[in-house]
Design a binder for this molecule. Structure first.
Ligand SMILES: O=C(O)c1ccccc1NCC(=O)[C@H](O)[C@H](O)COP(=O)(O)O
Length: 219
């Protein structure tokens, strides 16, 4: 099966190179100041301009106001906007119209009760990111290395919009996560780091190889 991988939280040129070289389809830039992976619009601009052709560039924002959205979309060549806060369906539609970009809405899941939101946001978003719900006291709404019970998604492969599985994925568990959920796209951040915010090229390579079932580019 053709599995598409997103590596989130790229903050250095070597991270972008490692993601593209390993065969990732998407690279994410985090615009959330409290994140160890946060980048400014100026840094993201350089990373995105220099990114290899073929790596789709995704801006991750959390309840961003219009001023931040305008700054990012003016400076950074982007292929998609990822909304990782409490954005309403109306705000998703508004940002889609304002930016002209496809929008992916993150949905936090910890139990059955969280699943109806997937149908709601399917009406307005271009893609969905089904992620682990963060703990109540978490500083970050994502990128916490936590997974949820993947069995919740079993038999639920046919939402009307493309979706990605995220949350606590690693080179060791991603193949099982794909098998259980039927995900065709996966997203990872802390599972391919050697320390918070520091991407590890060997782990990126191992993750993409494990997710796609293809040989690792570094052997
Ligand atoms: O990664 C961050 O620092 C971050 C900060 C604020 C909102 C979302 C964030 N990350 C979201 C992602 O797209 C992650 O890839 C996703 O939550 C999975 O993270 P992980 O469990 O660390 O693989």
């Amino acid at each position: 099966m053709d599995i598409r991988v997103k590596i989130c939280g790229l903050s250095r040129p070597e991270d972008v190179t490692a993601a593209a070289r390993a065969g990732a389809v998407y690279g994410g830039f985090v615009f959330f100041p409290k994140s160890p992976r946060a980048v400014s619009a100026d840094v993201a601009q350089t990373l995105a301009v220099d990114a290899p052709v073929g790596l789709a560039k995704v801006a991750l924002v959390v309840d961003a106001d219009d001023a931040l959205i305008d700054e990012i979309t003016t400076k950074v060549p982007l292929d998609m906007l990822q909304l990782h806060g409490k954005e309403s369906p109306e705000r998703v539609a508004e940002l889609r119209a304002r930016t002209g970009l496809p929008v992916m809405k993150a949905i936090g899941v910890s139990g059955e009760d969280d699943l109806p939101a997937i149908d709601v946001y399917s009406q307005v978003a271009d893609q969905l990111l089904i992620d682990a719900k963060p703990p109540k006291d978490a500083v970050l709404p994502g990128g916490n290395g936590l997974s949820f019970d993947w069995r919740l998604l079993q038999g639920r492969k046919y939402w009307t919009k493309p979706w990605m599985l995220a949350g606590g994925l690693t080179p060791e568990n991603v193949a099982e996560a794909v098998r259980l959920t039927g995900a065709r796209q996966v997203d990872v951040s802390s599972g391919v780091e050697s320390a918070p915010g520091v991407k590890d090229a060997a782990k990126i390579d191992a993750f993409v190889a494990a997710a796609t079932g293809q040989a690792s580019v570094t052997g």
